[in-house]
Each structure stands twice: as structure tokens, then as C-alpha cells.
Design a binder for this molecule. Structure first.
Ligand code: ADP
Ligand code: MG
Length: 618
């Protein structure tokens, strides 16, 4: 970072604004930055404390939120006021989580099953977005204290399997914490960046990222080419992690030292004490052959062999996931160039050895596995801050891109969140005989009617050779290059006539506008579906009337008197139906007209007409 410049007005030194990377984890969260001198990514920490901030929030009796190490002790003391694993709730409805409800020792509201979940503490309700924002606020405060400067701009990581709602919720949490979230990136992508994989743009690689944290496990298969990270597949278990290792040690000791189940269940303090010792034992055994401690007068022991035997089933499960992820991505073990280890639990030697054996190669585990995601986020943040110009920005389209089709409908060619660079194409045809021009209007947005979206550009494809309606094949293609510039091309494939236009879709909208458009699309989703259905029915009806009329005009001689009469009548009732806002009525009338015309149409089949009845028409 640090391009230092002088503000001429005030004479003060101005430092380029710092951008930090945040790993918002299920168990632990942390912040990392690029060190101004060494240019290396470093995790932020106060002198000799850990860089990890436990993702735990304790609400005291006055509803003040206490986050991190100071909150952890309340997990057993005041479980109903102490929130952990709030990341599991992000973007989820009660229906999504109810089968795992037993997992949460605090109250998750279940009265309105389709709405997003809330957590109740005393008489207060908190959304997962708010809960995560408390953790982010704590991280921000910590970073500001350590860096002695204000911290506003951030990159936050999320698991590769997070869907749109979960990513949006993470973004909102950042906003609520007073942060400007420059980008949400995938955890495996960040971890790869931390190892420098994908930094070189000419590099083409296939990698596996194995992430075993406190309570979750996932493995992702990625390809990197031209600086673009693509997640091919991801597999895992959101209820498997280091916590399970602690639990099997507790169970082992309970058996060995005859603690009764009832006693443990009733005596929360005893249970908590054992759990703390178990985690200590687990960490100790990552570097030693035996663990031994004094616990309430008993000597608790466990050796490495026993521990490994106890956790083997969990490790095997993770390897099954690796198999599945490979299968889903159609990649063989031999095609994997790098394996990246992520998550505190990969410090267990058995885990690293098992993964290394599975993939048949040495794994990347030289960086702190519980910091590596944040370190990668810091590298991405630095790129976004403009300090590292050689590296391509990884980006996605914030809103869908498409063109207007008949009836003012939005036809999406590139859905939102498409990777950049990206390509998409679709074929269209004409609606009128002899039509020689076609207007291509390009829109951005999530609504079904283009009038509710934002127009980016418009151009005419001219000099299409005159052909019957439905015959021209016009291919409209969208290409977004690495700089986020959209190129729209329309080409009539029979004649080769083409037209191209450049559009800049990224910079027209502020984040707030993008957000508003997304919110609107959600609020209006039901209206939009109804309007789209009605418009589509109307367009179909109008087209059918037009083609039928034309058909009769051309082929009158071959139709019987009865056929003529029935057709005229059916056309009239369809015409009337088109003036009403009743999609079903229009469809019925379309069907009726089709029933009448089908027998004679088949008799005197005309290819141009039938193709005009099919397909999309601009
Ligand atoms: P998350 O990504 O879910 O927030 P982390 O990557 O921080 O989680 O991993 C936390 C887990 O790592 C905890 O279960 C913790 O006990 C475990 N862990 C941390 N250090 C070690 C170690 N030295 N040996 C074994 N497990 C460890
Ligand atoms: Mg993690």
C-alpha cells in the first residue's frame, strides 16, 4: 500500500486509504493486511495475543454485545445469551435449519417458517446479519487500534457453497458494521492467493482446497486460468470439524474415568472443563506423543495413537467428500496440480497425511491454516486498492444483462454473478415479412419487464436481406472482457450481416442502486411473474392472429367455407380476449383458434409460417 501524498490545501500527509481482508469464520474470524514495508500479507494481532477472534457474541443484561475471547466464557455460563456459529444462520429461513436446531443452545425463532431466521436474547431479536455485524465491528475496532488509522474498505470471504442470499447477507452485515465491502470472495480462492497460486496470469492450474475448521468441512476443486478462479465443484459437511475431535476425547475420558452421562449432563461446569482440556489435548498431540493433565484430582491422559484411532472415522468422511468433489468436477486425482490446506483442524498430522496420501502429493501447509483465508483476502484487497496493477481483477457481473424481446420483456443472456470475462449468445428471428432492420436494446436488471430495468444501449442491425417472418437467424452475443466492458454483437447468420457496440455496464450504477434493483426484483417477483405470463400470452395471441390472417390470405382457395367461417369467429374472440387482463382466457382462445386451423394448416403446410409461429421474436 502506502502511496503517500501531500494535501495541498491542508499541507498534511495523506496516505492512500487502507483496504483490509476479513475472514468471517464460523468458529474464528480475523483481519489481515499487506504490510507496508515487507509487502507481505500479515494477520493483525495485539502484541502477544492470537490473531483469531472467536466468532462468539455475548449479550449482557443491558444488551451490550461483547465479542471474541471475552464472550467465550459465557458459552456454558449463560448459553441463552451467548451466540456462536451465527454464520450458519446467514441467509437462512427456519425451514433451512430446523433439522439441526438441537445444535443451537440459544433461541432461534420458529414462528414464521418461511422468513429469515432471527435469534432471541431476552426480549430482543437479532437477525444473523446483525449478529455478524457485531463481529465485523469488533474486527474493525481491533484493526483501527492496531493500525492507528480508520479502516473502512474491506474484502470479506465466504465459503464457495454460499448462495446469493448468503453472500448478500454477508455484504449487508459489512454495511451494517459501517464497512464498505469492496468485494465478497470465495474462501478457497483466497487461500490459493495466499500461496501465490493464480497470481501469475499465464498460469493454468487445477487445485483442491481442503478446509477443515471448527464445525464445518468443505473441499473445493478450482481451475485457474488467465487469473480467473473458477470453482468447479465443492463438497463437504457443515456439521463436521474440530469440535467433533474434542467431543470424542471427552467421550473417551468419560468412559475411562467413569464419569456418568447424567453427571456430565447436569454438571455443566464439569462438562465445560473437560471440553477445554480435550481441545488442549488435541492441540498438544499435534506436536507430541502424549497428553497428561490433572483434572479435579484425576490424571487424564491420552496418547497420539488413541487420538488418531478416535478421529479416523471423521477423517475418512472428509476423504469421501474429496472423492465426490473430484467426481462432480470430472477431474482425476492426477490432474490436481496443488492441494491447499485450510482451517485450524488441518494442524492435526493425521489429517495432513491422509489428505496428502489421498491426492498423492505434498500439500501446501506452510502458512498458518487458520490465517490463510484472511491473508488471501488481504492480497485481494491490495489488488482492489490499486496497489498491485499487474494482477487482473476477479469480478462478477452485479446485475443480469439481457435484451428486450417482444412485449417489452427482458430476455436475460447473462445472469447476475456471471464471471468476468464471460460470453453468452442466443438466436432470435423477425416478426414481420420482409423486415430488414432489427432493434437491439440492451438492459441491466432483475425485473421481467425492461421498463423496470436500466437501459444500457440500443442499436439497429440493418440491411438484413428481406425474408419471410421467422426465417432470419439473428444471433445476439454478449462478451464481457476482463475490464468489465460489455460488447454486444448482432449477426444475421444466413447473410452474415453484423453490427457491434461497446457498452460499459459496471460503472453506471452505485452499490446502493444495484442493491435497490435487487431488492425491487425480490419485492416484485410475484407481480413480475404474472405480468410476464400475461405479456407472453398476448404476444403469442397477436402473433397467431397475424400469421393466421396471412395464411388465410395466401391459401383462401384451399379452405372450405366452414373452415373460413370458424376461423374468422375464433379470431374475433381471441382479438377480444387480448383486450382483457386475463392470461388464461387468452390461452384458451389461442388453443381454440389453433384447434380450428391445425387440420387445414397441416394440409397445406408452409414452412415459413410454421417457423414464424415458433421461437422468440424481437
Ligand atoms: P473456522 O474456519 O470454522 O472459523 P478455524 O479454521 O479457526 O475455524 O478452526 C478452528 C478449529 O481448529 C478448532 O476446532 C480448533 O480446536 C482447531 N485447532 C486449532 N489449532 C489446532 C491444533 N494445533 N491442532 C488441532 N486442532 C487445532
Ligand atoms: Mg474458516
Amino acid at each position: 500500500m502506502s502511496k503517500i501524498s501531500i494535501n495541498i490545501a491542508t499541507g498534511s500527509l495523506q496516505q492512500a486509504e487502507i483496504v483490509v481482508g476479513i475472514d468471517l469464520g464460523t468458529t474464528n474470524s480475523l483481519i489481515a493486511v499487506i504490510h507496508p514495508e515487507s509487502k507481505q500479507a500479515v494477520a493483525l494481532k495485539e502484541h502477544d495475543s492470537s490473531s483469531l477472534v472467536p466468532s462468539v457474541i455475548y449479550f449482557d443484561e443491558l444488551n451490550n454485545a461483547i465479542v471474541g475471547d471475552n464472550a467465550k466464557q459465557f458459552l456454558e455460563k449463560t448459553p441463552e445469551r451467548t451466540i456462536f456459529s451465527s454464520k450458519r444462520l446467514m441467509g437462512k429461513s427456519y425451514n433451512d435449519i430446523k433439522e439441526n436446531e438441537f445444535f443451537f443452545s440459544y433461541k432461534v425463532i420458529d414462528d414464521d417458517t418461511d422468513r429469515l431466521v432471527k435469534v432471541q436474547v431476552g426480549d430482543k431479536f437479532y437477525s444473523p446479519v446483525e449478529l455478524s455485524s457485531y463481529i465485523l465491528k469488533e474486527l474493525k475496532a481491533r484493526a483501527e487500534h492496531i493500525l492507528k488509522t480508520s479502516v473502512n474498505k474491506v474484502v470479506i470471504t465466504v465459503p464457495a457453497y454460499f448462495n446469493d442470499a448468503q453472500r448478500q447477507a454477508t455484504r449487508d452485515a459489512g454495511k451494517l458494521a459501517g464497512l464498505d465491502v469492496l468485494r465478497i470472495i470465495n474462501e478457497p480462492t483466497a487461500a490459493s492467493l495466499a500461496y501465490g497460486i493464480g497470481i501469475n496470469q499465464t498460469e493454468e492450474k487445477t487445485i483442491a482446497v481442503y478446509d477443515l475448521g471448527g464445525g464445518t468441512f468443505d473441499v473445493s476443486i478450482l481451475t485457474i486460468s488467465n487469473g480467473i478462479f473458477e470453482v468447479l465443484s465443492t463438497h463437504g459437511n457443515t456439521y463436521l470439524g474440530g469440535d467433533d475431535f474434542d467431543k470424542v476425547i471427552v467421550d473417551y475420558w468419560s468412559k475411562e474415568f467413569n464419569f456418568s452421562k447424567d453427571e456430565l449432563q447436569q454438571n455443566k461446569q464439569l462438562m465445560q472443563g473437560l471440553r477445554i482440556k480435550a481441545e488442549e489435548a488435541k492441540k498438544h498431540l499435534s506436536h507430541n506423543a502424549e497428553y497428561r493433565t490433572n483434572f479435579n484430582g484425576d490424571i487424564l491422559t491420552i496418547n497420539k495413537d488413541k487420538f488418531e484411532q478416535l478421529i479416523q472415522p471423521f477423517v475418512n468422511k472428509t476423504l469421501d467428500s474429496c472423492k465426490q468433489a473430484l467426481k462432480d468436477s470430472n477431474i482425476t486425482i492426477n490432474e490436481i496440480d496443488e492441494v491447499v490446506m485450510v482451517g485450524g483442524s488441518t494442524r492435526v498430522p493425521l489429517v495432513t497425511n491422509a489428505v496428502s496420501n489421498f491426492f498423492n502429493k505434498k500439500v501446501n501447509n506452510t502458512l498458518n491454516p487458520d490465517e490463510v483465508v484472511a491473508l488471501g483476502a488481504a492480497i485481494q484487497a491490495d489488488i482492489l486498492a490499486g496497489n498491485n496493477k499487474e494482477i487482473l481483477l476477479l469480478d462478477i457481473t452485479p446485475l443480469s444483462l439481457g435484451i428486450e424481446t417482444m412485449g417489452g420483456l427482458m430476455d436475460v443472456l447473462m445472469p447476475r454473478n456471471s464471471k468476468i470475462p464471460s460470453k453468452a449468445a442466443r438466436q432470435y428471428t423477425t416478426s414481420k415479412d420482409g423486415q430488414i432492420n432489427m432493434r437491439i436494446s440492451v438492459y441491466q436488471g432483475e425485473r421481467d419487464l425492461v421498463k423496470d430495468n436500466r437501459k444500457l444501449a440500443e442499436f439497429n442491425l440493418t440491411n438484413i436481406p428481406a425474408m419471410p417472418a421467422g426465417l432470419p437467424k439473428v444471433e445476439v452475443s454478449f462478451l464481457i472482457d476482463a475490464d468489465g466492458i460489455l460488447k454486444v454483437k448482432a449477426k444475421e447468420l444466413r447473410s452474415g450481416v453484423e453490427q457491434t457496440i461497446d457498452v460499459k455496464p459496471q460503472y453506471g450504477l452505485t452499490d446502493d442502486e444495484v442493491e435497490k434493483m435487487l431488492m425491487d426484483s425480490i419485492t416484485h417477483a410475484k407481480d413480475d411473474i404474472a405480468i410476464r405470463a400475461l405479456t407472453e400470452a398476448r404476444t403469442e395471441g397477436e402473433q397467431l392472429l397475424e400469421t393466421t390472417e396471412k395464411f388465410i390470405g395466401k391459401n383462401a382457395a384451399q379452405l372450405s367455407q366452414d373452415e373460413m367461417l370458424a376461423t374468422a369467429q375464433a379470431m374475433q374472440t381471441l382479438q377480444l380476449a387480448l383486450t382483457m387482463n386475463d392470461k388464461n382466457l387468452i390461452q384458451t382462445k389461442i388453443e381454440e383458434l389453433n384447434e380450428i386451423s391445425r387440420p387445414y394448416a397441416e394440409r397445406i403446410m408452409d414452412n415459413a409460417v410454421s417457423s414464424a409461429m415458433k421461437g422468440k421474436v424481437i
